[in-house]
Ligand binder design. Structure first.
Ligand code: UDP
Ligand code: MG
Length: 321
């Protein structure tokens, strides 16, 4: 039984890369079909994440020209993680592979992923071997971040981003996670199932600019910590406990000086410095607690995470009839 594979590609203002991406993906699909690795119904699903440029028009054009190309348009820009989840929960197929539109992730490992699926794996993680195409800053911060997550006991696959294959039942399991604050690379390992890793080298973006500026990057990183770990809260408790213990010690010492010696207590510094220090610690604690309260707030609303505006392409037409 050859599986029907769907390639899910979130796109935000990707008009510069879509043509090239499509021709490379079509070539890959044709090759895999020839090798009898995937079924003829295997398709490409572009998820237009509310692009402001001609991305959607281009997707429609490509879909008209190639029966394998399908499109899903979100009603507005919801960010990469939401767009990707929308694609995974909307596209049909026995297994779906998520890829970035700029094809920085080496496509040659996709046949390996499909072979692992045929061998019975439900999830296959694409893992970066080296980060030679990244800047020093990016490499240093990204690897440091993965280590920090591991330290906070967040289960992640080291150096794995969102390049992965998921079987139908893994996707169905993922659909049962109702959270709004998405960090897919933290959620997928929670699913369990049989899984494996394929290694690849990451290339540079062949056209266009990164749609992940520092701000979005930091927000994703913060999401990863606050959606998956309560370690920051525990850390505050620990700091609070230590500071309280130290102040009790100090108070005892002050009492001792007052009762049994004639030395004057130090004045200004010992009053003002701890005041500022404690004020700072309190503010920090409140900030982090507020962060979690904000999460409870958004999670209890249980809002839908996306609305599909339109579906395009053969796979959907067949589904409707
Ligand atoms: N992307 C998206 N919505 C956004 C930002 C990015 O769907 O709001 C998509 C983008 O089109 C690309 C993928 O997410 O397919 C990864 O983005 P990019 O390649 O710019 O990130 P980088 O590789 O620089 O981290
Ligand atoms: Mg990229």
């Amino acid at each position: 039984m050859t599986p029907t594979i769907g390639l899910v590609i979130p796109c935000y203002n990707e008009e510069e890369v879509l043509r090239e991406t499509t021709s490379r993906l079509l070539e890959l699909l044709a090759k895999m079909r020839a090798d009898n690795l995937v079924s003829p119904q295997s398709s490409i699903f572009y998820v237009d994440d509310g692009s402001r440029d001609k991305t959607w028009a281009l997707i429609q054009e490509l879909s008209a020209a190639h029966s394998e190309v399908c499109g899903i348009r979100l009603s507005r820009n919801r960010g990469h993680q939401n767009a990707l989840l929308c694609g995974l929960l909307t596209a049909p197929g026995d297994a779906l592979i998520s890829v970035d539109a700029d094809l920085q992730d080496d496509l040659d490992v996709i046949p390996k992923m499909v072979r692992a699926l045929i061998d019975g794996d439900d999830i296959v993680y694409g893992v970066r071997r080296k980060r030679t195409t990244d800047t020093f800053f990016k490499r240093f911060t990204a690897e440091g971040y993965y280590k920090l997550l591991a330290l906070m006991k967040v289960q992640i696959v080291f150096n794995h981003a969102d390049y992965r294959l998921m079987s139908r039942r893994a996707i169905e399991a993922l659909g049962e996670y109702r959270e709004v604050n998405l960090f897919l690379r933290g959620m997928v390992p929670l699913l369990g199932f049989r899984n494996s890793i394929v290694e690849y080298d990451r290339a540079e973006r062949f056209a266009g600019e990164s749609k992940y500026p520092l701000g979005k990057m930091l927000s994703l990183a913060w999401q990863g910590i606050t959606s998956f770990s309560t370690s920051p809260l525990r850390l505050i408790t620990t700091i609070g406990f230590i500071i309280s213990a130290v102040s009790i010690g100090l108070a005892t010492w002050a009492m001792f000086m007052r009762l049994f010696t004639s030395e004057a207590l130090p004045g200004w510094a010992s009053t003002v410095i701890p005041m500022y220090f404690l004020g700072g610690v309190q503010l920090l604690s409140l900030g982090v607690i507020g962060e979690y309260v904000a999460k409870i707030y958004t999670e209890t609303k249980d809002r839908p995470r996306f609305h599909v505006d339109r579906l395009e392409g053969n796979a959907f037409r067949q589904q409707k009839s």
